[in-house]
Write a protein that binds this ligand. Sequence first.
Ligand SMILES: Nc1ncnc2c1ncn2[C@@H]1O[C@H](COP(=O)(O)OP(=O)(O)OP(=O)(O)O)[C@@H](O)[C@H]1O
Ligand SMILES: [Mg+2]
Length: 224
Amino acid sequence: MLQVENVKRSFKSGDITVSAVNDVSFTVPDGQFASIIGKSGSGKSTLLSLLGALDKPTSGSITIDGKDIAKMNDHALIGYRCQKIGFVFQSYNLVPNLTALENVMLPMEFAKVGKKERTDRAVKLLEQVGLTEDQMTRKPGKLSGGQQQRVSIARALANKPKLILADEPTGNLDSQTGKMVFDLLHNLAKSEDTTIVTVTHDLSIADKTDRTFQLQDGKLTEVK
Ligand SMILES: Nc1ncnc2c1ncn2[C@@H]1O[C@H](COP(=O)(O)OP(=O)(O)OP(=O)(O)O)[C@@H](O)[C@H]1O
Ligand SMILES: [Mg+2]
Protein backbone atom coordinates (compact mmCIF):
# COMPACT_ATOMS: atom_id res chain seq x y z
CA MET A 1 0.00 0.00 0.00
CA LEU A 2 1.09 3.52 -0.82
CA GLN A 3 0.12 6.14 1.72
CA VAL A 4 0.79 9.82 1.14
CA GLU A 5 0.02 12.25 3.97
CA ASN A 6 0.14 16.04 3.83
CA VAL A 7 3.06 16.05 1.43
CA LYS A 8 4.49 19.39 0.37
CA ARG A 9 7.38 20.14 -1.92
CA SER A 10 8.32 23.72 -2.56
CA PHE A 11 11.14 25.22 -4.56
CA LYS A 12 12.70 28.59 -3.75
CA SER A 13 14.10 30.74 -6.49
CA GLY A 14 15.10 34.19 -5.27
CA ASP A 15 12.18 35.74 -3.41
CA ILE A 16 9.64 33.42 -4.96
CA THR A 17 8.56 30.08 -3.52
CA VAL A 18 6.80 27.67 -5.86
CA SER A 19 4.58 25.12 -4.11
CA ALA A 20 4.94 22.39 -6.74
CA VAL A 21 3.15 19.84 -4.51
CA ASN A 22 0.93 21.50 -1.94
CA ASP A 23 -0.47 19.42 0.93
CA VAL A 24 -1.28 16.25 -0.98
CA SER A 25 -2.82 13.19 0.72
CA PHE A 26 -4.01 9.93 -0.86
CA THR A 27 -3.79 6.17 -0.47
CA VAL A 28 -3.45 3.47 -3.12
CA PRO A 29 -3.91 -0.17 -1.98
CA ASP A 30 -1.75 -3.03 -3.31
CA GLY A 31 -2.55 -4.06 -6.86
CA GLN A 32 -4.43 -0.89 -7.70
CA PHE A 33 -3.71 1.14 -10.82
CA ALA A 34 -3.99 4.90 -10.32
CA SER A 35 -3.50 7.69 -12.81
CA ILE A 36 -2.61 11.32 -12.26
CA ILE A 37 -3.69 13.92 -14.77
CA GLY A 38 -3.11 17.65 -14.79
CA LYS A 39 -1.85 20.55 -16.87
CA SER A 40 1.81 21.17 -17.60
CA GLY A 41 3.46 22.57 -14.48
CA SER A 42 0.74 21.28 -12.12
CA GLY A 43 3.26 19.17 -10.16
CA LYS A 44 2.89 15.67 -11.66
CA SER A 45 6.57 14.87 -12.19
CA THR A 46 7.49 16.44 -8.86
CA LEU A 47 4.99 14.20 -7.06
CA LEU A 48 6.20 11.11 -8.92
CA SER A 49 9.83 11.89 -7.97
CA LEU A 50 8.76 12.10 -4.34
CA LEU A 51 6.93 8.76 -4.55
CA GLY A 52 10.00 7.21 -6.14
CA ALA A 53 12.30 8.63 -3.46
CA LEU A 54 14.26 10.51 -6.11
CA ASP A 55 13.46 13.68 -4.17
CA LYS A 56 12.48 14.43 -0.56
CA PRO A 57 9.32 16.26 0.50
CA THR A 58 9.59 19.60 2.28
CA SER A 59 7.11 18.13 4.77
CA GLY A 60 4.71 15.23 5.11
CA SER A 61 5.10 11.46 4.96
CA ILE A 62 5.16 8.86 2.20
CA THR A 63 4.72 5.31 3.40
CA ILE A 64 5.33 2.39 1.07
CA ASP A 65 5.14 -1.17 2.31
CA GLY A 66 4.98 0.16 5.88
CA LYS A 67 8.11 2.34 5.65
CA ASP A 68 8.21 6.15 5.62
CA ILE A 69 10.59 6.93 2.78
CA ALA A 70 10.76 10.61 3.73
CA LYS A 71 12.61 9.51 6.88
CA MET A 72 15.13 7.16 5.26
CA ASN A 73 18.78 8.13 4.81
CA ASP A 74 20.35 8.29 1.35
CA HIS A 75 22.06 4.93 1.65
CA ALA A 76 18.83 3.18 2.64
CA LEU A 77 17.01 4.95 -0.19
CA ILE A 78 19.32 3.57 -2.87
CA GLY A 79 18.57 0.00 -1.80
CA TYR A 80 14.92 0.84 -1.39
CA ARG A 81 14.56 2.26 -4.91
CA CYS A 82 16.33 -0.74 -6.37
CA GLN A 83 14.26 -3.37 -4.52
CA LYS A 84 10.81 -1.83 -4.22
CA ILE A 85 10.25 0.56 -7.10
CA GLY A 86 10.13 0.16 -10.86
CA PHE A 87 10.33 3.25 -13.04
CA VAL A 88 8.98 3.67 -16.56
CA PHE A 89 9.71 6.94 -18.36
CA GLN A 90 8.35 8.59 -21.49
CA SER A 91 11.81 8.47 -23.05
CA TYR A 92 12.43 4.78 -22.07
CA ASN A 93 15.86 5.59 -20.52
CA LEU A 94 17.47 2.31 -21.59
CA VAL A 95 21.26 1.99 -21.50
CA PRO A 96 22.18 2.43 -25.19
CA ASN A 97 25.26 0.18 -25.30
CA LEU A 98 23.60 -2.76 -23.57
CA THR A 99 21.29 -5.24 -25.32
CA ALA A 100 17.61 -5.45 -24.37
CA LEU A 101 18.42 -8.55 -22.30
CA GLU A 102 21.33 -6.86 -20.51
CA ASN A 103 19.15 -3.82 -19.78
CA VAL A 104 16.61 -6.02 -17.99
CA MET A 105 19.37 -7.91 -16.16
CA LEU A 106 21.00 -4.70 -14.87
CA PRO A 107 18.69 -3.90 -11.92
CA MET A 108 19.00 -7.53 -10.80
CA GLU A 109 22.78 -7.19 -10.90
CA PHE A 110 22.47 -4.14 -8.59
CA ALA A 111 20.27 -6.29 -6.34
CA LYS A 112 23.02 -8.96 -6.35
CA VAL A 113 20.94 -11.67 -8.03
CA GLY A 114 23.13 -14.46 -9.43
CA LYS A 115 23.90 -14.53 -13.16
CA LYS A 116 21.88 -17.62 -14.09
CA GLU A 117 18.81 -16.40 -12.22
CA ARG A 118 18.99 -12.92 -13.71
CA THR A 119 19.37 -14.27 -17.22
CA ASP A 120 16.43 -16.65 -16.78
CA ARG A 121 14.18 -13.99 -15.28
CA ALA A 122 15.13 -11.37 -17.88
CA VAL A 123 14.35 -13.78 -20.73
CA LYS A 124 11.03 -14.68 -19.11
CA LEU A 125 10.05 -11.02 -18.63
CA LEU A 126 11.02 -10.11 -22.19
CA GLU A 127 8.98 -13.03 -23.49
CA GLN A 128 6.04 -11.82 -21.41
CA VAL A 129 6.24 -8.36 -22.96
CA GLY A 130 6.34 -9.97 -26.40
CA LEU A 131 9.95 -9.59 -27.55
CA THR A 132 11.42 -12.25 -29.83
CA GLU A 133 14.71 -13.99 -29.05
CA ASP A 134 16.38 -11.98 -31.82
CA GLN A 135 15.06 -8.67 -30.49
CA MET A 136 16.41 -9.47 -27.00
CA THR A 137 19.97 -9.48 -28.34
CA ARG A 138 19.61 -6.06 -29.99
CA LYS A 139 20.63 -2.73 -28.51
CA PRO A 140 17.83 -0.17 -27.93
CA GLY A 141 18.79 1.84 -31.05
CA LYS A 142 17.79 -1.16 -33.19
CA LEU A 143 14.32 -1.51 -31.65
CA SER A 144 11.14 0.47 -32.32
CA GLY A 145 9.80 2.91 -29.73
CA GLY A 146 7.09 0.47 -28.64
CA GLN A 147 9.61 -2.35 -28.33
CA GLN A 148 11.94 -0.13 -26.29
CA GLN A 149 9.09 0.78 -23.97
CA ARG A 150 8.26 -2.91 -23.54
CA VAL A 151 11.90 -3.54 -22.59
CA SER A 152 11.70 -0.73 -20.06
CA ILE A 153 8.55 -2.28 -18.57
CA ALA A 154 10.33 -5.64 -18.30
CA ARG A 155 13.22 -3.80 -16.62
CA ALA A 156 10.84 -2.06 -14.19
CA LEU A 157 9.46 -5.46 -13.17
CA ALA A 158 12.89 -7.11 -12.81
CA ASN A 159 13.16 -6.96 -9.02
CA LYS A 160 9.44 -7.63 -8.41
CA PRO A 161 8.73 -4.09 -7.15
CA LYS A 162 5.87 -3.18 -4.82
CA LEU A 163 5.29 0.02 -6.74
CA ILE A 164 5.63 0.97 -10.39
CA LEU A 165 5.86 4.65 -11.23
CA ALA A 166 5.33 5.72 -14.82
CA ASP A 167 5.67 9.26 -16.17
CA GLU A 168 3.84 9.53 -19.50
CA PRO A 169 4.77 5.93 -20.46
CA THR A 170 2.81 6.12 -23.71
CA GLY A 171 3.68 9.74 -24.50
CA ASN A 172 6.01 8.91 -27.39
CA LEU A 173 3.91 6.10 -28.87
CA ASP A 174 1.11 6.08 -31.42
CA SER A 175 -2.27 5.44 -29.85
CA GLN A 176 -2.47 1.75 -30.78
CA THR A 177 1.03 0.94 -29.47
CA GLY A 178 0.29 3.12 -26.45
CA LYS A 179 -2.79 1.06 -25.68
CA MET A 180 -0.80 -2.17 -25.99
CA VAL A 181 1.89 -0.88 -23.63
CA PHE A 182 -0.75 0.29 -21.19
CA ASP A 183 -2.58 -3.07 -21.23
CA LEU A 184 0.71 -4.85 -20.72
CA LEU A 185 1.58 -2.76 -17.68
CA HIS A 186 -1.90 -3.33 -16.32
CA ASN A 187 -1.89 -7.11 -16.79
CA LEU A 188 1.63 -7.65 -15.51
CA ALA A 189 0.97 -5.56 -12.43
CA LYS A 190 -2.31 -7.35 -11.70
CA SER A 191 -0.63 -10.73 -11.97
CA GLU A 192 2.05 -9.63 -9.45
CA ASP A 193 -0.26 -7.51 -7.23
CA THR A 194 1.84 -4.42 -7.87
CA THR A 195 0.61 -0.89 -7.23
CA ILE A 196 0.98 1.41 -10.24
CA VAL A 197 0.85 5.16 -10.37
CA THR A 198 1.02 6.66 -13.84
CA VAL A 199 1.07 10.22 -15.02
CA THR A 200 -0.73 10.68 -18.32
CA HIS A 201 -2.06 13.40 -20.59
CA ASP A 202 -4.20 10.80 -22.33
CA LEU A 203 -7.70 10.87 -20.86
CA SER A 204 -8.69 7.63 -22.59
CA ILE A 205 -5.88 5.93 -20.67
CA ALA A 206 -6.76 7.65 -17.38
CA ASP A 207 -10.31 6.45 -17.91
CA LYS A 208 -9.15 2.81 -17.89
CA THR A 209 -7.26 2.96 -14.59
CA ASP A 210 -8.92 2.02 -11.27
CA ARG A 211 -8.57 5.54 -9.87
CA THR A 212 -7.84 8.96 -11.31
CA PHE A 213 -6.43 11.95 -9.48
CA GLN A 214 -6.08 15.45 -10.82
CA LEU A 215 -3.36 17.91 -9.88
CA GLN A 216 -4.03 21.62 -10.15
CA ASP A 217 -1.32 24.02 -8.98
CA GLY A 218 0.06 21.37 -6.64
CA LYS A 219 -3.33 20.44 -5.14
CA LEU A 220 -4.64 16.91 -5.64
CA THR A 221 -8.26 15.85 -5.94
CA GLU A 222 -9.75 12.49 -6.85
CA VAL A 223 -11.85 12.69 -9.99
CA LYS A 224 -12.75 9.01 -10.40
N1 LIG B 1 13.91 21.89 -9.43
C1 LIG B 1 12.99 22.84 -9.52
N2 LIG B 1 13.26 24.13 -9.14
C2 LIG B 1 12.31 25.08 -9.21
N3 LIG B 1 11.05 24.87 -9.65
C3 LIG B 1 10.73 23.64 -10.04
C4 LIG B 1 11.67 22.54 -10.01
N4 LIG B 1 11.05 21.42 -10.46
C5 LIG B 1 9.80 21.79 -10.77
N5 LIG B 1 9.59 23.11 -10.51
C6 LIG B 1 8.35 23.85 -10.70
O1 LIG B 1 7.31 23.13 -10.05
C7 LIG B 1 6.10 23.14 -10.81
C8 LIG B 1 5.67 21.72 -11.13
O2 LIG B 1 6.59 21.11 -12.05
P1 LIG B 1 6.42 19.62 -12.60
O3 LIG B 1 7.63 19.30 -13.38
O4 LIG B 1 6.11 18.75 -11.45
O5 LIG B 1 5.14 19.76 -13.55
P2 LIG B 1 4.40 18.65 -14.45
O6 LIG B 1 3.00 18.61 -13.99
O7 LIG B 1 5.19 17.39 -14.46
O8 LIG B 1 4.45 19.32 -15.91
P3 LIG B 1 4.59 18.64 -17.39
O9 LIG B 1 3.23 18.11 -17.74
O10 LIG B 1 4.97 19.82 -18.23
O11 LIG B 1 5.66 17.59 -17.32
C9 LIG B 1 6.40 23.98 -12.05
O12 LIG B 1 5.97 25.30 -11.80
C10 LIG B 1 7.92 23.93 -12.15
O13 LIG B 1 8.43 25.07 -12.78
MG1 LIG C 1 6.23 16.30 -15.98
